[in-house]
Each structure stands twice: as C-alpha cells, then as structure tokens.
Design a protein around this ligand. Structure first.
Ligand SMILES: Nc1ncnc2c1ncn2[C@@H]1O[C@H](COP(=O)(O)OP(=O)(O)OP(=O)(O)O)[C@@H](O)[C@H]1O
Length: 282
C-alpha cells in the first residue's frame, strides 16, 4: 500500500479508489456505522467482512450515494461522495443484495436496460452490452429469458449489468450469497479475470471468511459499526498464530459475533442468507 499524504491523496498523487474518514451513520438513535476509516488501493479486491448488522451495507450505501453522508468524509477516486454525487455514480458499478435483474427479460435485454440507464452512447450500446455479457460468460445464453437462468448465471448477469458502464470501481454486496460452491467459484473466476484484464478495483462485502481469505487482497473486519482489524488475510492470520484461520482472527476481534443470536440480525437478513437467487426470478 502506498503512503498517505494530505487531503486524502496517496503520496504518489494517485487518490485511493475508496477513502472513508471517520464515517458515521445513524438510523434514529442507532449507530449503524460508527467512525469507519479505510482506504482501498486502486486495482485491489478489498473485502468488507462482518456478521449480520455489522454496518457493511450501510457503509456501501453511503459510498454509492444511495444514503446521504451524515458525518465524516468519503471519496471515490478523489471525488467527494457528498458534493459530487453524479460523478461518483459514473465511476462505479454496484450490485446490491436485492435482485436487480428482471426475469421476464432476456439477459441481453436486461443489460441493454442498464446501458440506457447509465446513458451509454446509443452507437456504442450494442457492442458494450455484448462485451459485458461475454466477460461474464453469458454470450451463449444472452437471448434466453433470465427466469430460466441458474442462480450463478443470474448473479453473473447482474455483474454484466453493473459492468456495462465501464466502472473503475465495482461494489458488490454479498455477491455469492445463496449460491452453491460451483456457482460461487464461477462468479469469483469471472471477477478475477476482469481484475486481471482491466485493473478494476473491487469492493466486496461477505459473511464468508473462507471466500475472503482466498479471494481478497486485503480485508477489513467490521463489527457493530466499527472496524476491528484491517490488513491482508496473511498478515491478520500470522499476527494471531501459525495455524490461525481468518475466522479465528474474526473471533479474536469480535468474540462470537459470527453466530451470535443476540445480534440485531432481523428476519429479513436471515431470508436473504438462505434464499436462492434463481428461485427469486421464477
Ligand atoms: N433502514 C434502516 N432503518 C433502521 N435500522 C437499519 C436500517 N438499515 C439497517 N439498519 C440497522 O443498522 C445496522 C447495520 O445494518 P447493515 O445492513 O449495514 O449491516 P450489514 O453488515 O450489511 O448486515 P447484513 O449482512 O445483514 O446485510 C443493523 O443493526 C440494522 O438493523
């Protein structure tokens, strides 16, 4: 990681892909995000980890400008999230936890819709849509309605939708939730290829410590609105002991939060965790 200079710039003059400084967000009296500071280096896959209710989605929603910035500072490639919202939106692709594809449309129609929403110039749309579908391995299935796709294909379709904008930063909220191991590795394979070919920065939230360990360059462990640890998976594990897993690291910093029923999880999170993406489209 490069060193830190003044006004959020890294010393080599390149702004971080994501910068959060003392970010806070409250829902009424409840502090969902409580003083989060982090920087994501351009080109890395950065994992924001934590149990239900940790504040991951709220952090992401502030970064994507879907929630207003209440306190602190956030910037994407040096562009201030509070003051230059439209510019920030143009820099990023976002795949939320909620379904963002329409089962009644074909894969190609779904991606075309996003190309229009993102204002991709009309003469470039066809090629951009085809390119995004190709990158996500969906060319052969592009003209089938999405309701016939498997869960893994739906997730890759949602990634294709987010990519049609040629974003510099891709933000993914639980991209592999509800998918079987094969579909999970399919999604990660495509993300890795994408990063290798475009140098795109990826910010991903996940509950899965195993996935984060293998797939992320660096991770931040979040619990009850605060960051408890940040570093490469190897650094975090070796600081704890020779055979430590990332899950051990998490337990060290956050107790038994990974399966603590007393946490403010809410029924909806439970449903989200277990539902199958394909089923949602049927
Ligand atoms: N719209 C809302 N109104 C009130 N409280 C909310 C709202 N959205 C989230 N919260 C609360 O804020 C806290 C952080 O929620 P958030 O969704 O950011 O966590 P998370 O780490 O993304 O969890 P999950 O993995 O379940 O998505 C939780 O306690 C949650 O109940």
């Amino acid at each position: 990681m490069t060193g830190k200079g003044g006004n959020g710039m890294d010393v080599d003059g390149i702004p971080p892909a994501v910068l959060c400084e003392e970010l806070r967000y409250r829902f009424g009296e409840h502090r969902a995000v409580d003083g989060v500071s982090l920087r994501v280096v351009p080109g890395e896959i950065f994992g924001l980890l934590g149990p239900n209710g940790a504040g991951k989605t709220t952090t992401i929603r502030v970064l994507t400008t879907l929630l207003p910035l209440q306190e602190g500072r956030a910037a994407v490639f040096g562009v201030d999230v509070a003051r230059r919202r439209m510019e920030v939106r143009r820099l990023m692709g976002y795949v939320p936890q909620q379904l963002s594809a329409n089962g009644a449309l074909t894969g190609r129609e779904n991606v075309s819709l996003f190309a229009r929403l993102f204002d991709v110039p009309r003469r470039e749309r066809r090629d951009r849509v085809a390119e995004s579908l190709e990158v996500m391995g969906l060319t052969g299935d592009a003209d089938r309605v999405a309701a016939t796709y498997s869960g893994g294909m739906v997730r890759r379709l949602e990634l294709a939708q987010a990519l049609v904008n040629h974003p510099r930063l891709l933000i993914l909220d639980e991209p592999t939730i509800g998918l079987d191991p094969l579909a999970r590795s399919g999604v990660w394979e495509r993300l890795n290829e994408l990063r290798a070919t475009t140098g795109m920065t990826v910010l991903v939230t996940t509950h899965s410590m195993d996935e984060a360990d293998t797939m992320c360059d660096r991770v931040a462990l979040m619990h009850l609105g605060r960051l408890r640890a940040i570093g490469t998976p190897a650094e975090l594990k070796s600081a704890l002991g020779e055979d430590a897993t990332l899950e051990d690291v998490f337990r060290h910093h956050a107790g038994d939060a990974l399966n603590d029923d007393r946490l403010p999880q809410g029924g909806f999170s439970e449903v989200r965790t277990t539902r199958r993406t394909a089923g949602r489209l049927g």
